[in-house]
Design a protein around this ligand. Structure first.
Ligand code: UDP
Ligand code: MG
Length: 322
């Protein structure tokens, strides 16, 4: 039987949290009295996570494990979860229990009232450094101001999506993914719920500054041409300044002034424009690199074991597949 609800958790070195995740999710989802599944996507973990997932899957048939051949990153792991989910409503949640599973019940209530995307907005964040909170807050505000889709402020990937929305998302196969942007972009009836983001249940963040920066670049390039247009704006401004400077310099020259004729001013102008040009080239490079990745058309991820590789024997015996 197809489950009503799918819960997707991406997993990268989360041995600390998996048993507790399974316990809390089961506790919450059993209250719905509907069939549900938990899609655990192992994103190339190097700790005991794969063994724990196998053990959990053997003891609970509602678990659908997807094992990646290597680490592909959080957004890709969630994408695989969406691909393998079968529920009528699909919830994305972090495996470290920073997103309290109890909020899922609130999301389901909104879904039953007709919402097609229920995103969770973080009111408070516990147990995170001021640097993480500051960069995260800056990130949401920059993305909001320069991208073309209005991504709700302070909402992460913790959300519920209706099957209709998931099907549209699954048809979008871009390589550099920013899922919360994509799920805002598709439209439909979207509502928010607020929650307090808890501290990690255990372990450490798998999102160092470098990965956050990469995600921010994907968000900006994926949803805005603004950086490309920046070169045009700066070009017009410097060209405008240069045109204004021509009569000024001519008059000064006529007055035999020595202003602006030193080497330093020439050098500064050359260095400044050289810098602007290199930055513009770099920005072009970011977009061209992304075009190159799309043109190569490689798969988004490689799976070493899919859900059917796990429960086959038992399901055949009980005839569930017939
Ligand atoms: N994650 C993943 N692949 C990665 C990095 C993270 O699947 O390369 C998962 C991680 O296991 C967790 C979720 O993404 O379930 C969010 O990561 P994390 O909690 O480390 O990020 P933070 O909450 O600190 O932003
Ligand atoms: Mg976390």
């Amino acid at each position: 039987m197809e489950p009503t609800f799918s819960i997707i958790a991406p997993i990268y070195n989360e041995e600390c949290c998996l048993d507790e995740l399974h316990r809390r999710i089961s506790e919450v989802m059993d209250q719905t009295h509907e069939p549900w599944e938990l899609v655990l996507v192992n994103d190339g973990s190097r700790d005991a996570s794969p063994e724990i997932i196998r053990r959990l899957a053997a003891s609970d048939k509602r678990i659908r494990p997807v094992m990646f051949a290597r680490n592909f990153g959080h957004q890709i792991a969630v994408t695989a979860g969406l691909d393998y989910s079968r529920g009528q409503a699909v919830v994305i949640i972090d495996a470290d229990l920073q997103d309290p599973p109890e909020v899922i019940l609130e999301m389901i209530a909104k879904w039953r009232e007709g919402a097609e995307v229920v995103f969770a907005v973080r009111a408070e964040r516990e147990g995170e450094s001021w640097f993480k909170k500051f960069t995260a807050s800056l990130f949401y505000r920059i993305i909001y101001s320069i991208t073309d889709v209005k991504i709700p402020l302070d909402s992460g990937d913790f959300r519920l999506m209706d099957r209709k929305v998931v099907n549209v998302m699954n048809s979008m196969r871009e390589h550099h993914r920013f899922l919360r942007g994509m799920s805002a972009w598709v439209g439909f009836n979207q509502v928010g719920v607020t929650y307090n983001r808890a501290a990690r249940f255990g372990g450490e963040t798998k999102y160092p500054f470098k990965k956050m920066f990469k995600l921010a670049l994907n968000a900006i390039t994926g949803f805005s041409y603004f950086p490309l247009q920046l070169a045009t704006y700066v070009g017009f401004i410097t060209a405008g300044l240069a045109i204004l400077a021509i009569p000024v310099v001519a008059v000064l020259r006529a007055m035999q002034s020595q202003a602006f004729f030193g080497q330093a001013s020439t050098l500064l102008a050359v260095l400044f424009l050289g810098g602007v040009q290199l930055i513009s080239l770099g920005i072009l490079g970011e977009y061209i690199g992304r075009i190159y990745d799309e043109v190569k058309g490689r798969p988004l991820y490689i799976v070493s074991q899919k859900p059917d590789d796990f429960h086959t024997d038992e399901t055949k015996l009980t005839g569930e597949n017939l």
